[in-house]
Write a protein that binds this ligand. Structure first.
Ligand SMILES: Nc1ncnc2c1ncn2[C@@H]1O[C@H](COP(=O)(O)OP(=O)(O)OP(=O)(O)O)[C@@H](O)[C@H]1O
Ligand SMILES: [Mg+2]
Length: 282
């Protein structure tokens, strides 16, 4: 009888674990690089641990060179970790993951292809099973979602930087990834375009229901978009603090700007980045 009860509990536990599985688990990760074949290796990242929950939006912030891009590349399976483990959707990362969308700082579009063809490239991992008509339909839906339906036949050099970045977003999202990785996607844009695209990104991630890990240099962008901010320190790169951001995402811009708690948090995160903070949670 007791044994039966225990068995039941175990099964429930397993169900519970899979229902609340983290989208990304980074645990005790180290990364070493060499500048030349004969130079001494240096430690770029040491004992990095953090998680991104399913459907959660997490921002990664820290000074230049602390290893943010390296971390994203390891999560995406583009380069291996030298110690520790990385789980994506509960599975250890092994090679380039198909169910991850990647948005780069520079949208990296093919200039000889049209906007629609660039977006369709996002289906290359899954697209062979789709009919031509279905691919066309998915591209049209995705373009509408990022407000570019009338620019399908344009080439990247015929549209603005903000629109190019939207194409990059559409390409990353078209295959409905469970996880979206973004490496300073709005760094090169003016403040107005940046704010508009932040709002679009928040909406798109909510609509798609995917988890997002965003690398940014902009503390306000991190606080506006994320529900937790991972603050990194340098030499070697490490997690200095994980700061929870109150309220729910996507946020209302006006309420966010007017919220004195956000101004306080901004000062706190800046102090953590510059090494003048006390560390730990806000
Ligand atoms: N392939 C590589 N070979 C050697 N060193 C590398 C390589 N990739 C990154 N590094 C080094 O690792 C460190 C972290 O680089 P990374 O690009 O991850 O930093 P980052 O935090 O993204 O910086 P930024 O904010 O300027 O983009 C740097 O010192 C960089 O020179
Ligand atoms: Mg970088």
């Amino acid at each position: 009888m007791i044994r039966g009860r225990r068995r039941e509990l175990q099964d429930e536990d397993v169900l519970e674990v899979s229902a609340t599985a983290e989208a990304i688990v980074v645990e005790g990760v180290d990364k070493w690089f060499r500048q030349h074949r004969r130079s001494q290796p240096f430690c770029a990242l040491r004992s990095v641990s953090f998680t991104v929950g399913a459907g959660e939006f997490v921002a990664l912030i820290g000074e230049s060179g602390c290893g943010k891009t390296t971390l994203l590349r390891m999560v995406a399976g583009l380069i291996p970790a030298d110690a520790g483990r990385i789980l994506v959707d509960g599975e250890p990362v092994a090679g380039i993951a198909r169910h991850i969308g990647f948005v780069f700082q520079n949208p990296a579009l093919l200039h000889w292809e049209t906007v629609a063809q660039n977006v369709e490239l996002g289906l290359s991992g899954v697209g062979r099973k789709l009919t031509k008509e279905r691919r066309r339909q998915l591209v049209a839906e995705q373009l509408a979602l990022v407000g570019l339906e009338s620019f399908a036949r344009y080439h990247p050099y015929q549209i603005s930087g903000g629109m190019q970045q939207r194409v990059g977003l559409a390409r990353a999202l078209i295959a409905n990834p469970k996880i979206l990785l973004l490496d300073e996607p709005f760094g090169a844009l003016d403040a107005f375009t940046r704010a508009r695209l932040q709002e679009e990104l928040a909406r798109l991630v909510a609509v798609k229901g995917c988890a997002a890990l965003l690398v940014t240099h902009d503390v306000e962008e991190a606080l506006y978009l994320a529900s937790r901010v991972v603050v990194m320190g340098s030499r070697p790169g490490h997690v200095a603090a994980v700061v929870p951001v109150p309220g729910t995402v996507p946020r209302d811009r006006q309420a966010f700007v007017a919220d004195p708690e956000m101004a306080r948090l901004k000062a706190h995160v800046v102090s953590l980045i510059t090494g003048q903070g006390s560390g730990g949670e806000a």
